[in-house]
Design a protein around this ligand. Structure first.
Ligand SMILES: Cc1cc2nc3c(=O)[nH]c(=O)nc-3n(C[C@H](O)[C@H](O)[C@H](O)COP(=O)(O)OP(=O)(O)OC[C@H]3O[C@@H](n4cnc5c(N)ncnc54)[C@H](O)[C@@H]3O)c2cc1C
Length: 359
């Protein structure tokens, strides 16, 4: 009998894994949402809601041999996954790919895709009405958001606030310097080395006044918190011998196992194994996971397989609207042209929809 694999979470890594393994095992993909949320497009969608229809992709065309179950997993054990409707999926192997949460309106709250659409429409209206916008946090999401708003609505006064002394301090200096220059040229005020002391909400945009550690007061009609993702690790926390890392992620061993149960794996944002919380990380984890699970499915010992090694110098692409931006492509830093060609012009929407057989 074919081995059974249950994959919990159909995000960037879970959806691809399910499709890649459905011919090799009895695959069940358990996902709470009706639609795949293509996060890289959700930043521009705040300014250009018309792209939302391509960014939210129904799951019904994803699998041809495997089974898609729309449900919330409430617990896992060595033999399977318990669902919120009271049913259970028995499995020989389980991959937890429950990802992470982020701010409104970038990711849904739980399974609420209609709510995500409503939040997108509401925040878009707030943005249209705003003259001044402040973004707290200048990671990829905050920096891209500043660039998108500046590109599509250049009349707005935008302030991008970061407690770091430079943009992208972990990356080669050129990346941050060049992005800062382009943002400033587009009219964005980049405030570095200052922390917002009174951020009222970590996940919901709001109107208010920010007090910064450099003494500045920033009044804004719309303040976007952009302070990073938090792993959705509730299922993993309940497993034996789990160690939690940073940002609510569960630490895995070299074979992507987060607990002492040898047949349960975790990957993507929920799992800490030396990679950042990015789709880019999942593109490295995925081939390892597919190859390793296939060998385990035919009876080989996982400890005999090559352990996973994380990115040493992961690439990062930061478009500032559809035409500008900078990228670090592991070997070199690229400018407007490559950033636009690879990501900025369509934010991988065509590729994602092709993957779901939707074009
Ligand atoms: C606004 C934004 C823009 C981004 N842009 C980029 C980018 O341009 N490039 C890049 O590399 N990275 C980007 N990222 C990061 C990227 O989106 C994540 O790293 C990636 O989605 C992680 O994939 P994942 O499969 O681990 O988790 P997710 O994509 O978060 O998917 C997890 C899935 O699990 C489901 N789930 C959770 N709990 C349960 C449960 N109990 N039962 C059933 N289903 C459950 C969720 O509904 C979700 O569909 C961005 C993130 C954000 C927030």
């Amino acid at each position: 009998m074919a081995k059974r694999i249950a994959i919990v979470g159909g995000g960037a890594i879970g959806a691809e894994l399910a499709k890649s393994l459905e011919a090799s095992a009895t695959v069940t993909l358990i996902e709470q949402c009706s639609h795949y949320v293509h996060a890289p497009a959700m930043i521009r969608a705040v300014v250009e809601p018309s792209i939302l229809d391509q960014a939210l992709i129904p799951y019904d065309t994803l699998l041809t041999q495997g089974t898609f179950v729309q449900a919330r997993a409430v617990s896992i054990d060595a033999g399977g996954v318990q669902l919120n409707d009271g049913s259970r999926i028995d499995a020989d192997y389980i991959v937890v790919a429950t990802g992470s949460e982020n701010a409104t309106p970038f990711k849904p709250k739980g399974a609420d895709i209609a709510g995500l659409r409503a939040d997108n429409a509401r925040i878009h209206e707030m943005l249209k009405a705003a003259s001044t916008v402040a973004i707290v946090g200048a990671g990829a999401v905050g920096t891209e958001l500043a660039g998108e708003i500046a590109h599509f609505t250049p009349e707005k006064k935008i302030k991008l606030i970061s407690s770091d002394a430079t943009l992208f301090p972990q990356m080669p200096k050129r990346l941050g310097r060049s992005l800062e220059k382009k943002l400033v040229a587009a009219g964005v005020e980049v405030i570095l080395g200052a922390r917002a002391m009174n951020l009222e909400n970590m996940t919901e945009p709001y109107a208010g006044v920010l007090e910064l550690t450099n003494g500045q007061s920033v009044q804004a009609d719309l303040i976007f918190p952009a302070i990073g993702s938090r792993g959705s690790s509730e299922l993993l926390r309940a497993l034996p011998d789990v160690k939690m890392g940073t940002a609510n992620r569960a630490i895995t061993d070299q074979w992507m196992r987060p607990s002492s149960l040898p047949n349960i794996f975790a990957a993507g944002d929920v799992a800490e194994m030396g990679d950042a919380m990015t789709v880019v990380a999942t593109t490295r984890q995925l081939p390892w996971l597919i190859k390793t699970l296939k060998t385990v499915l035919v009876g080989q010992k996982i400890e005999d397989q090559k352990p996973y090694t994380p990115w040493k110098k992961a690439p990062i692409l930061i478009p500032l609207g559809p035409f500008k931006g900078n990228s670090f492509l592991s070997l070199f830093t690229a400018g407007d042209f490559l950033t636009r060609q690879i990501k900025g012009k369509d934010l991988f929407l065509k590729k994602r929809n092709n993957f779901f057989d939707r074009n």
